[in-house]
Design a protein around this ligand. Structure first.
Ligand SMILES: Nc1ncnc2c1ncn2[C@@H]1O[C@H](COP(=O)(O)OP(=O)(O)OP(=O)(O)O)[C@@H](O)[C@H]1O
Length: 310
């Protein structure tokens, strides 16, 4: 990764009918980097992406692609998979892919070669003459994905690329996104599949109600929001559990208690600091997953400081 900044979003803000939808959204995506924009339904991810794509214009802030400012961005260097899927129905796969290549001023002969290679990679070999309307939803999504990368974009923006795909197809998309990044494409994606984000993305930017909550590499985010969790089985009173030090949050369900811990703990030392009388039939220590962090943030139970009952 060269570290060259491809996309820079600065203090983006957008309102609809006096209602602020996003505010002060700022991040960068570098060459060869995969960046995830995350957040619950309605958080403002697609609005952010649409403002970057010039589909709508921000009320505040700016978008810079390479050295180009908002008004002069060379759109043919960008690939985009919108959240709304849909391709012309009565056209063959190859015709639609060539249409997208031409729109982006990409040489047709080269595009044809790329199209055939991608169709075969995505299990659609020999289907180039098939009409779009004959395709299943997932197949259509594969064609739309190919359309977004046919012209070798420098920046690729994928709005929920994995939604509606079976696990095998998700894996194929995941590998392809990785390969594109390895070859230098800067990638910004939104997704609700936290396991895939965790496996794929170099950095993430999480928004809630239109504003940033947390951003950084996965390990930076994990450092900020409970690095470890300790699960105990045993009969324990909440008042006693609250005496355990360095606990950010406690969740109790019957005999099972989950303690979300501060980052970078010395676990053996910590266990020795427990108060007398804690019952332990079973104990396990794990890393908090991005899925859990997301739920904590989205439901407002992700306090960084202080102990809170679930
Ligand atoms: N054209 C519009 N006019 C009015 N409100 C809009 C418009 N587009 C989006 N919104 C509102 O903006 C908010 C953010 O929507 P957005 O689609 O950006 O969320 P999202 O994070 O992409 O959500 P999801 O995960 O559900 O796709 C929502 O409250 C939505 O109702």
């Amino acid at each position: 990764m060269s570290g060259e900044i491809v996309l820079s979003v600065s203090q983006l803000g957008k309102s609809f009918k006096d209602k602020k939808i996003i505010s002060d959204i700022s991040f960068e995506v570098k060459k060869g980097e995969i960046m995830a924009i995350l957040g619950p339904n309605g958080a403002g991810k697609s609005t952010t992406i649409r403002n970057i794509m010039g589909i709508m214009y921000p009320d505040e802030g700016s978008v810079t692609f390479a050295h180009y400012k908002s008004g002069s961005i060379p759109r043919h260097k960008i690939g985009y998979l919108p959240e709304e899927r849909g391709l012309y129905k009565n056209v063959s796969i190859m015709d639609i892919l060539m249409y997208f290549a031409e729109l982006k001023d990409y040489p047709v002969a080269k595009a044809k070669k790329r199209a055939l290679a991608y169709l075969s990679k995505f299990g659609l070999e020999g289907k180039e003459k098939t009409s779009i309307e004959e395709l299943s939803k997932g197949m259509g999504q594969k064609v739309q994905f190919i359309a977004s990368i046919i012209h070798e974009p420098e920046l690729l923006i994928l709005d929920e690329p994995f939604s509606g795909l079976d696990p095998v197809s998700q894996e194929v998309f995941k590998q392809e996104i990785k390969e594109l990044a390895n070859n230098g494409t800067a990638i910004l994606l939104s997704s609700h599949q936290m396991n895939l984000v965790e496996e794929l993305c170099d950095r993430l930017y999480m928004i809630h109600q239109g504003s940033k909550v947390v951003s950084g590499t996965l390990s930076e985010v994990k450092k900020e929001y409970a690095n470890f969790k300790c699960t105990i089985h045993g009969d324990n009173e909440p008042a006693l559990l609250e005496k355990i030090p360095n606990v950010l949050r406690i969740e109790q369900k019957g005999k099972q208690t989950i303690l979300y811990l501060s980052a970078e703990m010395d676990i053996p030392k910590w266990v020795k600091q427990w108060p007398e009388g804690i019952q332990v039939e079973e104990l396990s220590i794990d890393r908090t997953t991005l899925h859990e962090i997301f739920i904590q943030i989205a439901t407002g139970t992700g306090t960084k400081e202080g102990v809170q009952d679930a």
